[in-house]
Design a protein around this ligand. Sequence first.
Ligand SMILES: [Mg+2]
Length: 261
Amino acid sequence: MKRILVSNDDGIDADGIRALAAALEAVGEVTVVAPEREQSAASHSLTLHKPLRIYERGPRRFAVSGTPTDCVNMAVHHIMPAPPDIVVSGINRGANLGDDVTYSGTVSAAMEGTLLGIPSVAFSQIMWRPTPFDGAARFAADLVRQMLERGAAGEMLPPDTLLNVNVPDLPWEAFRGVRWTVQGKRRFTKEQVVEKTDPRGRKYYWVGGSDLEWEGNPDSDHSAVTQGYISVTPVHLDLTNHDALRRLRDWRLDAGGRPPA
Ligand SMILES: [Mg+2]
């Protein structure tokens, strides 16, 4: 039986992870290792300056007093008797589209799995309007089954690559289909930071206060979900811009007259 590690950033008691774990029970042996409390926007942080605690919540169910990245590490290196065949993160309450991927704790759990050499996939449910997790959970079970059927780690996904899945805020019957997509791009506006005044007359700020605009790339994750499609983006962990590297080689990088390497 295939071993499936499930984690998230909304915390072990979130509806999204419950729906995901329940749907994946039909696909393999599910172990849940998730943050004790919400860690949204934790990105890829690790807890280094305080101890971590594990709380057993039931058979193969563990809460950890840390980030999603801590959870995947603890699961693989300490909690699970053998490493999982796949790491599945989510289902996040809310989109992880475009540049938001870099802030996302949900995607970071999948990044950590990928760094450890385990095929990994992150699921997020768009929540522009309140939507139950059933449709996303059903798709997650189908996709994870399909990935596991592809065989060993190397055959499932290309190296250093995870799948970032965003599911539109629609019931299962209303999905128009599934699309392979590229990461979209937001236009940052001045209203990104909202300035207010507190009762004592001092200014305070909220980040991410306004509606966001997106560049209109028809191949993007954002375009897919707004048109009712499930978006699947392959995300590569090598952040090197190889095209830029070729072009920048002409620059004469100088370190105090030392000859270039
Ligand atoms: Mg979250």
